[in-house]
Design a protein around this ligand. Structure first.
Ligand code: GLP
Length: 226
């Protein structure tokens, strides 16, 4: 695992965007795994400003809430459109999102695309990646998941009423994520504590991101508070 400590969000976004741009330039038909959340927003802004050719890139998003339509501003579909897709030349048909209808087929679809070349990840305060919450075991496949109470509370800031916050989501599995050829995890300063815990090389499904210690090409970029 490669660790890059950076001084601020700007630098975090710049380094992550440069790594993704390098991937696309080296392989214009790259398959990207994409994340939502506040940590990757700056990365997407910088990437969009680079005016790269995304016309042959395929993307697979990590997760999506259950029960939110694409035009709901809190859906991850809407997030990706606003923060990246509408600013680049990617054909709509090249972008993919897991849903309750396709979750059984999502992993096969990714495998058929030749596996994810580069997977971008954020991390939840409880150590989740995608929406793989702390559990007794690591779950391999894309599936519907129950969100942890702490995740529901963390997500409440984006919704008008607490009752609007989805309690279930569809998430790529840990196996799906680990099958990516390269992984980059970005974490802003508010994730400093969980990043420190994750550095401890004890791999446990109670801290899902700890599995990344076993990935052969994983880079963690995080903002240090010291
Ligand atoms: C959500 C997403 C995760 C993301 C996390 C962190 O829970 N499902 O994939 O990693 O948010 O978000 P942020 O970057 O806003 O801290």
């Amino acid at each position: 695992m490669k660790i890059l400590k950076v001084k601020d969000y700007e630098q975090l976004s710049e380094i992550a965007a440069d790594l993704i741009a390098k991937q696309i330039k080296e392989k214009p038909t790259s398959v990207l795994g994409l994340a939502t959340g506040s940590s990757p927003v700056g990365t997407y802004q910088k990437l969009a400003a680079m005016k790269l050719d995304f016309s042959n890139v395929l993307t697979f998003n990590l997760d999506e809430y259950c029960g939110l339509s694409n035009d709901n501003p809190q859906s991850y579909y809407f997030f990706m459109m606003e923060n990246l897709f509408k600013h680049i030349n990617i054909p709509k048909g090249n972008t993919h999102f897991p849903s309750e209808n396709n979750c059984d087929k999502y992993d096969d679809q990714i495998a058929r695309a030749g596996r994810v070349d580069l997977q971008l990840l954020g991390i939840g305060s409880n150590g989740h990646i995608g929406f793989n919450e702390p559990d007794q075991v690591f779950h391999n496949k894309t599936r519907v998941v129950e969100l942890a109470q702490s995740t529901i509370e963390a997500n409440a800031r984006f919704f008008e009423k607490p009752g609007d916050v989805p309690k279930t989501a569809i998430s790529m599995g840990i196996g799906t994520i680990m099958a990516a050829k390269k992984i980059i995890l970005v974490a802003d300063a508010d994730k400093f504590d969980i990043i420190q815990k994750m550095m401890n090389p004890v791999v446990s499904p109670q801290l899902p991101a700890s599995i990344l210690h076993y990935h052969p090409d994983c880079t963690i970029i995080y903002v240090t508070t010291s």
